[in-house]
Design a binder for this molecule. Sequence first.
Ligand code: V47
Ligand code: SF4
Length: 376
Amino acid sequence: MSTPNLATIESKVLANERLTFDEGVFLDEQVDLLTLGRLANLVRTRRHGNVAYYNTNIHLNPTNVCVYRCRFCAFRSDLKSEKSYVFSDDMIRERVLEAKASGATEIHVVGGLHHQKKFDWYVNVVRVIHETWPDIHIKGWTGVEINWFAHLTKKPYDWILQQLIDAGLGSLPGGGAEIFDEGVRSQICEHKADSQAWIDIHRAAHQLGLRSNATMLYGHVEAAQHRIDHLLRLRDLQDETGGFQTFIPLAFHPENTGMDYLKKPTGHMDLRMIALSRLMLDNFDHIKAYWIMLGEETAQIALGFGADDVDGTVVHELIYHDAGAKTPEGLTVNALHRMIREAGCEPVERDTLYRRVIRDGANWTIGEPVPVSVGV
Ligand code: V47
Ligand code: SF4
């Protein structure tokens, strides 16, 4: 096999051809940011023109008590710690009514794995949200949580997922993927769901008709070959099921974590990861620049480096703020519009499934999906 070179990679990107593992590692290790960004922006505009997506959403982390101790996590708490909390049904209802009043179309639900809660407690969280306001899309519980529920109930993944769908679950978020490489995973989160479990759960979800997202946690102890391996394992599953919607690269935030001696990745690396994922994930429609994690400035610039989505209004974010994020906990729709327009893009509000949201005063309805082009 020939050694990868930029000229061949450029011509493959122009011809919409798939890049290999070696080409990915070469791009990651040796190609400068502006070249990566130029190529990724070409792919992004071929798919989306100048459209950039956002949504109106709210977060709910029903508990921070967690059996696991991932070294990168500042959010988790021991049961007896002063920091620990558990939402009651009334608190959940209050959050849902706040979401309704703010015009949110999505609630993003993830949390810790509480030692003393049974599977029914987690199903109940979904049911209470759904019964309080059936119109809100519930994007909830990561592959790690689904794996924990399988452990608790000794039931297969599709059974677990079906119980949650019956209670009102609409899709799965992309968390818990971290880095699939087994060696790296054992250093940063050795006890929780392994890579194969995460992949199997997303496959099971897709087979039941649920869409899901995928993430990658970068900027800690991993290297280029681990990042590219991660992206290609996701690309393989997407070839098989087509069920992923969005990929979200997540920058490690070290404050208050077990790896606080590491430095937070720079804006330079953040933009490289956005561009690299756009180039390698040729079968993913969307790459998200999660502004909460990147900061508003970098997220805005990322729209010119391969990203086509900035996530949403968010509100009540804890995972990144516990780990030192300096961004606000939420942004208004006007601020998101400004961020996107100044980047030369046209803001389109989407729901979780990337259908247009049509607003009329305080009311909203869901329109058609915005067409995505994959051709050259
Ligand atoms: O799995 C935890 C990461 C993830 C830290 O699907 C950290 O739309 C950096 O997955 N530094 C949860 N990262 C968040 C997540 C997500 C976020 C936004 C949108 C979507 C989506 C999904 O956050 C965890 C882990 O990878 N994480 N702690 C930290 N200190
Ligand atoms: Fe628990 Fe999730 Fe934090 Fe790991 S990342 S310790 S599973 S809350």
